[in-house]
Design a protein around this ligand. Structure first.
Ligand code: TYD
Ligand code: MG
Length: 479
């Protein structure tokens, strides 16, 4: 007998509880638990034992395989890079991001670019009327693009319509939270509906061979189910993030079954839609105040691409017993570690100072290679000595104070040289095997105790390695 029971679902992570709770125990979000009808819809019949299993054929891992169909490239280089070289036919991709960040704009641009290559592209909007989508496209100068449009929310109707005629190369569903399937009783936007609708659309992708993109709004208030409830069902998850003040938009791979996840695409939101930023380093450096102490340029990597990013530090005497440490764009515990290493191994006393560290351009840096740039920014701010405007820094700092080599040193140095930088303070091994960085003055650093001297600040009286400090060095204020 079909039994419809009631369960409580977290709208953020999809966790199920027996009772209503103020806070989800699985993800820690507040007010996200909502009552929904369960045990109906897809998969529910199996539990009722109504159907005998169908026998299917098994194949072998080593069986001669059909060549994989070519990827669907949109021609938007930044988007194609993040997907790992284009959309995979028959796959489902989730594009998540906050409302208003530009997901619809990005996808209508991608659809238009693909349709211009004579591919069948269908854009289903569950949020905007067809005329609104047309108006946006007109504003973007894409009115002539042969993209097929519909404003629909019933998944069954959408799948039935798409299954007719030529198989589409790309189907965009904007957004998954507005879709509903008649197999499930809950209202659209709830966890069960989002899951059920996503399941049906993903099945359509697998059986038809079309690439399906699901748009998912990320919300904090739990009014609608977050994209996290479908993340594990799709083949790839991209996240669209931004720094609203500057119109900068970053497309980031979060999960990808067919490619790397550490790539980023950089766009700028303009009056004519999203423009690709082919040389992001210049963008992240453009607003530099060159003479300011506390700014250090980090030669970083985002996926396979070198990227120069500015680290800004402010070190100020603290009126508090426990000084403030505030970090934006970097890991706070990493900062604590660098501060401890500077204190212990380089004699840089920071315990009486408030420390603010920020990564310019709204970027989030996760690389350990940024340690040296952060340390240089801190020492520069403390000593009020501005770093040379044409210097870059990279290297991982070990707890012993040693500067460890990092991957892609050659690519980092080349990017710095290309953008007109003249010196690089880097781990010992960097650039040794690479002759392509002749224009760059390489300043190898083996231990953090040498950083103050490199910057021109006076190192402490006794360096960790016991050697006397060079007399030419200028004064580093000691706390
Ligand atoms: P949209 O793509 O609708 O966001 P999402 O689908 O993620 O909710 O983007 C809407 C925002 O983008 C809106 O605030 C206006 C801005 N925008 C521009 O600045 N320029 C443009 O050409 C377009 C189309 C939108
Ligand atoms: Mg939208």
């Amino acid at each position: 007998m079909a039994k419809t029971s009631v369960s409580f679902f977290c709208q953020n992570c999809g966790a199920v509880t027996r009772r209503w709770q103020g806070r989800c125990e699985a993800c820690g979000e507040w007010n996200t638990i909502v009552e929904e009808a369960a045990a109906s819809g897809i998969g529910a019949q199996a539990a009722q034992g109504a159907r005998k299993g169908r026998v299917f054929d098994l194949s072998r891992l080593g069986d001669a395989e059909r060549p994989a169909p070519p990827r669907i490239t949109t021609g938007l280089a930044e988007l194609d890079r993040v997907t790992g070289g284009g959309f995979v036919p028959g796959s489902a991709l989730l594009l998540g991001g906050e409302p208003g960040i530009g997901k619809s704009t990005l996808l209508i641009q991608a659809c238009a670019a693909l349709a211009a290559k004579r591919r069948r592209v269908v854009y289903i909007s569950g949020e905007e009327a067809v005329d609104q989508v047309r108006l946006r496209a007109a504003r973007l100068g894409l009115s002539g693009a042969p993209v097929e449009l519909a404003a629909e929310t019933s998944v069954e109707d959408i799948v039935a319509t798409l299954s007719r005629g030529e198989r589409p190369s790309l189907v965009v569903i904007d957004s998954i939270q507005t879709m509903w399937t008649s197999l499930i009783e809950s209202t659209p936007g709830t966890v069960s509906q989002v899951r059920g609708a996503a399941q049906a659309l993903i099945r359509f992708a697998k059986t038809s061979g079309a690439a399906v993109i699901l748009v998912g709004h990320v919300t904090k208030d739990g009014q609608i189910a977050g994209p996290r409830v479908v993340e594990h069902m799709v083949d790839a998850v991209l996240s669209f993030e931004g720094d609203n003040g500057r119109g900068l938009r970053l497309l980031r791979g979060v999960k990808n079954r067919f490619g790397p996840t550490d790539e980023i695409g950089v766009f700028e939101m303009t009056g004519q839609g999203l423009q690709e930023v082919a040389n992001p380093s210049s963008l992240f450096l453009s607003a530099r105040d060159e003479a300011a102490p506390g700014a250090a340029v980090f030669a970083g990597m985002e996926g396979s691409r070198p990227l120069l990013i500015e680290f800004q530090a402010l070190v100020a005497p603290s009126p508090l017993g426990t000084p403030r440490r505030a970090v934006v764009g970097w890991d706070a515990s990493r900062l604590a570690m660098i501060v401890a290493v500077l204190e212990t191994h380089a004699g840089v006393k920071l315990s009486q100072y408030d420390i603010y560290l920020s990564v310019a351009g709204g970027l989030r840096v996760g690389e350990p290679a940024a340690d040296l740039a952060a340390a240089a920014a801190l020492v520069s701010s403390l000593s009020t000595i501005a770093l040379p405007a044409d210097a870059v820094y990279f290297g991982e700092i070990a707890l012993s104070g040693a500067i460890r080599p990092v991957a892609h040193a050659g690519a980092r140095l080349k990017e710095a040289a290309k953008l007109g930088f003249r010196s690089a303070t880097a781990p010992q091994a960097a650039g040794e095997r690479d002759g392509a960085v002749r224009d760059l003055d390489l300043r190898p650093l083996r231990h953090i105790s040498g950083l103050a001297a490199d910057i021109g600040a006076k190192p402490p009286r006794r360096a960790a390695d016991g050697r006397p400090p060079p007399s030419a060095a200028r004064g580093l204020r000691e706390a």
